[in-house]
Design a protein around this ligand. Sequence first.
Ligand SMILES: [Fe+2]
Length: 320
Amino acid sequence: MALHRLTSVTIGVPNVTETAAYYEEFGLTRLDASAGLRGDDPPDRLEVRFATVDGGEQLRLVPSPRRRLVELGIGVADPEDLDSAAARLAAADVAADQTPDAVAAVDPGTGVRVTLGVAGPVDARPAPVIPQNGPGRADRGTARAEPILREGPVRPRKLGHVVLGSTDLEASERFFIQGVGFKVSDTIAGAASFLRCSTDHHNLLVQAAPVPFLHHTSWQVDDVDEIGRGATALLEKDPARHVWGLGRHHIGSNFFWYLKDPAGNFSEYYADLDCIIDDQLWKPEVWNDIRALYNWGPPVPEAFLAPSDLAELMAAAHQP
Ligand SMILES: [Fe+2]
């Protein structure tokens, strides 16, 4: 695959300092707190960068009057892939900027700038296989379960996917599929497309929305215990951060827990997502029942489907 990974997201928020503190607690590693800071700048002029364990620098928080995804970075294997992407975008009637190192274009439906650049693979140290006991099966022998002995903060391995609201779903699908080169993994009839630019089931979900907005970013952890540990630690500090979880999605199969950052963006811990190693063996399906949302878990909260600040974002979008 010419595209092979998500590299990074740049999220604009009105409260960079507060939001940065949240992502540090979420388990990302803060790289620098001073880039862009001048002596007379108020704290929320800060730009803050974060890294994951396996993905390197993957999150940048920048000041913005309203929360939004500013940029999505995608890694390609080599420079020729940039030429192919530029040709695909041109064929899809999308204006793109090409430099020797990058191709960039803006999706008309989500307003997000997508930048493709040559990037190395995500270098993941394989997660250990944890023995689990089951009926008639004492795989762990005489020992306590390893997850209950874990200490220290949860550290997300990588940025897994991004979910965006689009005011023109068809245009966004055309942009990301025909233009950028994403593949379709599954679809929710008339509402959303699960797209991949790697062997992960999805790296991007675009969904129809009344205003372009960032629904959530999703961060991979080793297993369901790490999801539970990470979410519990965040909720001990502030229970109002809870959005939805613990549960298991049907589309993509991953365990999930969604929490809200101080700007109103949702952030998801996930584990055990489906992989599509062989395109020929995967049959994309169209979903139109509750499995579009989840397989099991607490009832879907209304605020997950329509974040409470949507009206505010719509009003802001219509301001000159
Ligand atoms: Fe997700």
